[in-house]
Design a protein around this ligand. Sequence first.
Ligand code: PMP
Length: 406
Amino acid sequence: QKGFNVEEVRKDFPILHTKVYDRNLIYLDNGATAQKPQVVIDAIDTFYAKENANIHRGVHFLSQHSTGLYEEARNTIQRYINAENSYQVLFTKGTTDSINLVAFSFGELVKEGDEIIISAMEHHSNIVPWQMLCERKGAVLKVIPMSTKGELDLDAYQNMLNEKTKLVSVTHISNALGTVNPVKEMIAQAHAVGAKFLVDGAQSMQHTTVDVQDLDCDFFAFSGHKVFGPTGVGVLYGKEDVLNAMPPYQGGGDMIKTVTFEKTTYNELPHKFEAGTPNIVGGIALGTAFEYLSTFDFEAVEAYEKELLDYATAELKKIPEIEFYGEAENKVSVISFLVKGQHPYDVGSLLDKLGIAVRTGHHCAQPVMDFYSIPGTIRASFAFYNTKEEVDILITGLKRVITMLS
Ligand code: PMP
């Protein structure tokens, strides 16, 4: 479809027409999780009502049918992110699981004194697995600093890279600040010293399209639930040679070729990294979410979200009590702010009573909050189904809350 019609899109999402506390739900917590279109809900329903069977192992009709659906979902995702082969799309539990897979498996190739680089604006799930790896292996963790605007210091990054750098793992889009990092350039710089690069894409595909071959990343991790799919499922894309060089992450069914008590041989990609019965319905419904997303003209989506971001930012700027955190030149529709003198939790709780769902706290990015010396922020994160009218309701709500608290 050409262009973008928000009223049409809103019809696809049943939850947007529900009420909380007898008020219309204003859902501005899309950074935490996105809502689900009816087609995704139907895919889950239909699977359990008519198609449920375990995959990759049965000779019977339903097992072959569900295997087909699951593998077709993998193909859909491959096409959407432009992976070279569908077997480079590994199903995981989500971004956290994808990053841990790399930290543990690629981590086996990391030696004492090797260096891992992350950035100052990472989510805890792109910090802690690397700290654990560095502790296990005696490797060194380095952190790319950021400016008060919430932009990475790319000169500092360039200076950090050297022949000891094994892996760089940086978020494409910051969940706490909305910053879009120039990952394509950063990947080329990492490759110039022979390092691999993981892109944390948890926040990416809700707002923009991704082409893993164009980025030339070695790994790309994301969660289903943030791209209008179900929870409990996600993806790790990896380059074929890199994945093949890595030992398996978990042992169990499906990931083996042959098992004897003396020796076990491992299955090919993607099965080598998919031990045990996976989240079958999750994978299938994630495929549906991507089929749904591929009906959109994403240039129009991005233009619409930019309009929404600019409008919300301008309206918020008119309220003198508001302080902004993260004002990068290149950012998506995520606004982190505080009301001067008020704890974010108090503001968030009062907004909630007006039916407005925002996130308050550290957003699993405590180092970002420490950087600004604040306990947390209030975060309004918009998806393509949000409207200017909802921004107006947020602004009116905030003004009411400020009056109540002062
Ligand atoms: N990285 C970023 C940038 C995120 O926003 C999130 C989710 N808030 C994660 C990683 C972790 O994703 P999940 O909890 O779905 O595994």
